[in-house]
Structures are given as C-alpha cells and as structure tokens.
Design a binder for this molecule. Structure first.
Ligand code: ZN
Length: 95
C-alpha cells in the first residue's frame, strides 16, 4: 500500500495526527529532520531526503557526481596540455 495524498495530509496535520503504520515505516516513510519534520520517503529516488545515506544504508553515487569528477579531470588535463603547448611554442620562438 503506498502513500496517498489524503493519507499524507492526515499524517502531516498539526492536531492529533495518526501514527505511521509498520508498512509505511517499512516503505521508508518518516518525519524527516533534514526537511523540517516533513513526512518524507527515503526510498523515493525523486525525493529530497537523504537520511538513508547518513544511516549507512548503501546507496549508489549519483551519476552527477561521476560527471563532475570526469569534467574536473578533463579540464585539468586540457589545462596541462595547454601549458605544455604554450611552453613548447615559447621555447621554439626563443631559438
Ligand atoms: Zn529523511
């Protein structure tokens, strides 16, 4: 059973909210400290909650991290090559 909008609103109401069921907890629902107590699902790939990362549950590194590392690597190599080319050109010009 997944979370309906109706159920979510019920759980988020200020006065006398019902408790999360075991099923809902098992699905990853919790009142998230990182999101100001908002009811969130740590198993939702589109969600903003990363509690499960801190709890030590193994999660794959997002593709964007790999991309960032690759871009930084490529830029560094390009910078080194550029410096070498300029240095060789200066050397030749001075001869
Ligand atoms: Zn959370």
């Amino acid at each position: 059973m997944s979370m309906s909008k109706q159920r979510w609103l019920e759980l988020m109401r200020d006065i006398d909210p019902p408790s999360l069921t075991q099923d809902e907890i098992d699905e990853g629902w919790h009142y998230c400290d990182e999101m100001d107590g908002l009811l969130a699902n740590s198993n939702d790939p589109n969600g903003d909650c990363f509690c499960s990362l801190r709890k030590g549950v193994e999660q794959p590194i997002p593709a964007s991290v790999h991309e960032t590392v690759a871009i930084i690597g490529a830029v560094s190599i390009a910078a080194i090559v550029f410096v070498l080319v300029v240095w060789i050109m200066i050397e030749r010009a001075l001869k």
